[in-house]
Every structure is written in structure tokens, then in C-alpha cells.
Design a protein around this ligand. Structure first.
Ligand SMILES: Nc1ncnc2c1ncn2[C@@H]1O[C@H](COP(=O)(O)OP(=O)(O)OP(=O)(O)O)[C@@H](O)[C@H]1O
Ligand SMILES: [Mg+2]
Length: 461
């Protein structure tokens, strides 16, 4: 039996058709879980490597050995800095292997004690130690070295295995095949190559997680399959899925008992997690000195970008001794493990509350006793205006392309970020003459992936 898997930046879910009925896989009491994993022990982090005097003397020994080899084998002479670089590489690799072997972090064992979803985030904030990886999907399209690649594949494997085992238990049969959703464009530092790498990594992880057969479907195409089921009459439709990491659009011919036809898709690698960074920098960071103290603004962006490991690492390395009080102490408290995650959670929560309430007070007592921030809906709109602007531009491009196609009868809107009133307004303004149909923001994609999975099992959609 095939299942559909929505491996989302913020939330993951799975579903299938059983006896002709859509069945959503339950994770505990919920229909989805936050895409976060926590490992209680510390997985060696290659960037923790520093040349201690002992390691420095190992490097020197290697350089000497390399020079001797060079003379013995008559190989062309290499400059001293090249020899030193090669020697450091060897010492660094040995250091990593040694750490993985001797620390309680021994990778496999550590992975066996993984926690998923909100439990993962809570555990990390409670213990302040160990490793929390949130939104690994956001990292798949970035340039990475071999060590980081291994860790990211491990994490993705664990999430997919968690899904596979949970589904197998609920369905009472071993699940080994899946249709996995993918954005049109992954978040990437390498353009199209980033999406290719992301797919390779997911394939690799899925195989280790026990899937014998997987295929991919673009997320807005999946949402279209779901919308298709509800349409009695054939129509052209535009599907807009605004998630945590990406915004994806598809143009399709749907409904009326015929097979759905997906004609075209567009992708923008921005989503709800960018709104959290915007809000955090705009509304929370002034409390930490943004625009007031002489701290470069990129420090604040690094602190707020919890889904970007290199940026988080940069922030952890910053030195705040030159910053005046009270900002210095607050910034130092933001250095405590778990604090940037907590600040981000508070930013996301504030964003969500402000989508229905006029104002909200965020308690930031973990930065300093009694500190908090009051924000209003207008603070939120100001903070997220760069995203809204970008979204409108992307939808404008879609509109331009529509002249070559027949005007759609409806725009079907899904994805968690489509709960934002400002985002809904931007979509409406972009397509003023087309009916807006609001789908389930959370389960549109996974329900459509289940339709695609059922089709592979021989059931027509
Ligand atoms: N009321 C709300 N207002 C604004 N944003 C919201 C609201 N509720 C949830 N969100 C946001 O929706 C996003 C999650 O949406 P969704 O579950 O569709 O993403 P995803 O599928 O995990 O991500 P992606 O598809 O981009 O990989 C999060 O950024 C979350 O903060
Ligand atoms: Mg999604």
C-alpha cells in the first residue's frame, strides 16, 4: 500500500486511502507533527573543531610526514600552506571520528533516543543541551560539506522512518511505498541544483528509512488532486499553497469525473518562517539593541534565523563585550542554548495570535526578568511587508503567464500561511476577478498526496 507524505518545512503529515476513504495518519492526538527532531546527546559538530596545542602538534607531524613522502616519491613539491591545509583536513577528520566514537554522542545510539515534533522543541528548551534540528527541509538545498550532509540525511531518515512506522502501526500492515510532496523550488543556495540535491538527499534518506519505492509530486499539484475530488464540473483552477518554507502555485484542469491535468507550476522559496524572522527582527530585536546599540544588524538576523544552521553558528560566535547594558546581558542570555528557538517560537506565536487578535503581549522574561513586548496588527503588517511585496510580485508573474492560458474559474488557497489575513488579501488583490476558494490550510497537500498514492494502488482519483 502507498501512502502520501507531506514532508513540510514546519509540519509533516501522512495519509492514504483505505476502503475508498481518506485516512489521515495520527501522530499521537494530532493529524500532523512539527518537523523537528531532538537528540538528547550531542552529535559532533564539525564546526566545533579548533586547533588546540595538541592538535596543532599533530598537524605539524602530518606536515613533516607529507614532506618526507614528497621527497621519497619524487612528487611535485607542494607549497607549505597546501601541505598544512591537507594536514589539517586529516586531523579534523580523525578528530570527528574520535568524537563520534568516544562521546556518548555515538551517533546511532543518539539517534535512537530522538524525540519528534513539539516534544522535540520542548525537550531542547528544557534541557538546553543536545541537538535540535527544526525544519531540516529548509537545509536540503544548501551547499554542505560531507559531514553536514551525513547529519542532514540521518535526520531526514529519522523523520521518514517515524512516519513509516507510525503509518504501519495504524494501517496494520508494513508500509514500504510512498508519494512524497516536494516544493516546485526548494530553498536553495545553488539555484536549480539545490532542488536536485534536495531530492537526492530525500531519496537516500527514504531508502534507509525502509521505503522500497518512492515517487515525488509537486505540492501544489497534490493540493490540486485534493481540490479535484470536490469539483463536480470540469474547470480550470489555480492552486496556491503558502507554507512554512515555500510558496507554490499550479495551474490545472480539474473535476467533472475526468482525470486531473496539471499544466504548469511556479515556485517562490519563501514562506511563513520568513515572516517569523521579519517579525522577530522588527518587533523583538530592538529590545536587544537593534537600531539602538552599535550592534551590526546582521547579528539580529542571524539570531532570528533559527532554520539556518550557519547563521545560528555565526550568532553563537559573536562577542558582545563591547555592547552597553542592558543589551549586553540580554544578548548574552540569547546565547544560552535554546534561547533563539524560544524567541522564534514567541515570534511565530505572536504572528498567529495577531492574525485574529488586534494586539498581543509577548513575554520575553528569559532575556531579562519582566521584559516583554506589546505588538499590534499594524506592527505585524509593517514587519511582514517585504514578504507581502515579494508574494505579490511572484503572483504578478503568474498573472502574466496566464495570458497564454484560459482564465481559471477559481483560485484554491491552502498552506498554513494562508491563514494570515494580509496574505489572503494579497492573493485576492492579485486575482481580483477570480473566485477565491479557501481550502483546509493544513491538510490540502497531504490529502492530495493520498489521492496520488491511491492511484498508484490502482484506484482512480
Ligand atoms: N494564523 C496564522 N497566521 C499566519 N501564519 C500561520 C497561521 N497559522 C499557521 N501559520 C504558519 O503556517 C506555516 C506552516 O504552514 P504549513 O503547515 O502549510 O507549512 P509546511 O507544509 O510545513 O511548509 P512547506 O510546505 O513550505 O514546506 C508556519 O509558518 C506557521 O507559522
Ligand atoms: Mg506544505
Amino acid at each position: 500500500m502507498h501512502i502520501g507524505i507531506d514532508f513540510g518545512t514546519s509540519y509533516s503529515a501522512a495519509a492514504t486511502y483505505r476502503n475508498g476513504m481518506l485516512e489521515i495518519i495520527r501522530f499521537g492526538d494530532a493529524a500532523q507533527f512539527r518537523t523537528a527532531v531532538f537528540f538528547p546527546e550531542v552529535v559532533p559538530d564539525p564546526s566545533d573543531f579548533v586547533l588546540t596545542p595538541a592538535l596543532e602538534s599533530e598537524v605539524e607531524t602530518h606536515v613533516r610526514d607529507l614532506r618526507i613522502q614528497q621527497r621519497q616519491f619524487g612528487t611535485p613539491e607542494r607549497a607549505d600552506d597546501v601541505l598544512r591545509r591537507d594536514a589539517i583536513r586529516v586531523v579534523r577528520r580523525q578528530w570527528l571520528e574520535e568524537r563520534a566514537r568516544t562521546s556518548p554522542a555515538a551517533t546511532l545510539e543518539s539517534f535512537q533516543h530522538a524525540l519528534f515534533g513539539d516534544d522535540a522543541v520542548d525537550a531542547y528548551m528544557e534541557y538546553g543541551d543536545g541537538n535540535l534540528i527544526e525544519s531540516p527541509k529548509s537545509m536540503l538545498g544548501f551547499r554542505m560539506d560531507a559531514d553536514v550532509r551525513k547529519v542532514i540525511v540521518h535526520i531526514t531518515t529519522h523523520i521518514l522512518e517515524h512516519i513509516r512506522l507510525t503509518a504501519s502501526r495504524q494501517l496494520d500492515e508494513p508500509v514500504r511505498s510512498a508519494v512524497i510532496g516536494r516544493p516546485v523550488q526548494f530553498r536553495s543556495s545553488m539555484g536549480e541544483r539545490g532542488s536536485e540535491q534536495a531530492i537526492e538527499l530525500i531519496r537516500e534518506a527514504a531508502a534507509v528509512a525502509g521505503f522500497d519505492e518512492i515517487s515525488f509530486m509537486e505540492e501544489p499539484a497534490a493540493a490540486a488532486m485534493h481540490y479535484h475530488k470536490s469539483l463536480e464540473h470540469r474547470q480550470r483552477a489555480l492552486i496556491v499553497d503558502i507554507g512554512g518554507g515555500t510558496t507554490d502555485v499550479a495551474y490545472a484542469e480539474l473535476g467533472g469525473g475526468e482525470h486531473p491535468q496539471i499544466t504548469r507550476s511556479w515556485g517562490l522559496a519563501k514562506g511563513g518562517t520568513d515572516l517569523d524572522v521579519n517579525l522577530s527582527v522588527h518587533a523583538f530585536m530592538p529590545l536587544l539593541g537593534n537600531n539602538i546599540a552599535n550592534v551590526p544588524v546582521h547579528y539580529f538576523v542571524e539570531a532570528a534565523s533559527v532554520h539556518n544552521l550557519p547563521k545560528q553558528r555565526e550568532f553563537r560566535r559573536q562577542d558582545f563585550r563591547f555592547v552597553d547594558e542592558p543589551w549586553q546581558s540580554r544578548l548574552c542570555n540569547l546565547h544560552i542554548p535554546g534561547a533563539t528557538t524560544r524567541l522564534n517560537q514567541e515570534a511565530e506565536h505572536t504572528k498567529i495570535v495577531l492574525s485574529t487578535e488586534p494586539a498581543h503581549r509577548s513575554d520575553l522574561g528569559f532575556l531579562e526578568d519582566g521584559v516583554g513586548v506589546d505588538t499590534t496588527q499594524s506592527d505585524l503588517s509593517e514587519a511582514i511587508s517585504p514578504f507581502i511585496h515579494r508574494l505579490k510580485r511572484a503572483l504578478g508573474d503568474v498573472n502574466d503567464d496566464l495570458v497564454e492560458l484560459e482564465i481559471p474559474a477559481s483560485v484554491f488557497l491552502t498552506g498554513g500561511t494562508s491563514r494570515s489575513l494580509a496574505v489572503q488579501a494579497a492573493v485576492r488583490e492579485s486575482f481580483p476577478k477570480i473566485d477565491l476558494v479557501k481550502g483546509d490550510p493544513s491538510l490540502g497537500v497531504v490529502s492530495g498526496l493520498a489521492v496520488a498514492a491511491a492511484e498508484l494502488d490502482g484506484m482512480p482519483p
